[in-house]
Design a protein around this ligand. Structure first.
Ligand SMILES: [Zn+2]
Length: 169
């Protein structure tokens, strides 16, 4: 049995142990006799495309603070990914789009250490989004530019790089 320090049951606070279930080692609370599942975190993002330009925001929050990235973020538990994507777009850039205007583009999976995200990626044409983009709480700047333009002077969130390349394939 392996025990990891600082790894406690979210319900009762007991230190977790490990049991094997469905051929994988799982964290388990011996007091509640309950498995504490380790799941990926769902996030959603949206690429706003205007010809060969794309809208990116300079991140004011971790992770990847100071990098340019596609508007997006964590989903609420009761939120459809398309609803979350347009909410994040509004919060981070001020642009408004309807969830029905988004096209599902791709789904990515990424891990860092023992954490993982499942990223639902959308794309929308600039003409379907209303408003003028501006920096908001979670961004220090926003702009439309070509990928070459961003890469010439700026660092792009590495989680978004592959997605952005694929948008222009
Ligand atoms: Zn417990």
């Amino acid at each position: 049995m392996i025990t990891v320090a600082g790894d406690y049951c979210p319900l009762c606070g007991t230190e977790l142990d490990r049991i094997t279930v469905e051929e994988r080692e799982r964290r388990h609370c011996p007091t509640c006799d309950r498995i504490v599942w380790q799941n990926s975190k769902p996030v959603a993002s949206v690429v706003v495309r205007d010809g060969d330009e794309v809208l990116l925001g300079k991140r004011a929050v971790d992770p990847h603070r100071g990098f340019w990235g596609v508007p997006g973020g964590n989903l609420e538990y009761d939120e459809h990914p398309a609803d979350g994507a347009v909410r994040e777009l509004r919060e981070e850039t001020g642009l408004r789009a309807g969830p029905a205007d988004l096209t599902l583009f791709r789904v990515d999976h990424a891990t860092t250490g023992d954490r993982a995200i499942v990223a639902v990626r959308y794309v929308v044409d600039r003409e379907l989004a209303e408003g003028v983009p501006e920096a908001r709480e979670e961004t220090t700047a926003v702009r439309f530019d070509t990928l070459a333009g961003f890469r010439a002077d700026d660092e792009i969130n590495p989680w978004d790089e592959e997605q952005l390349d694929a948008v222009f394939e």
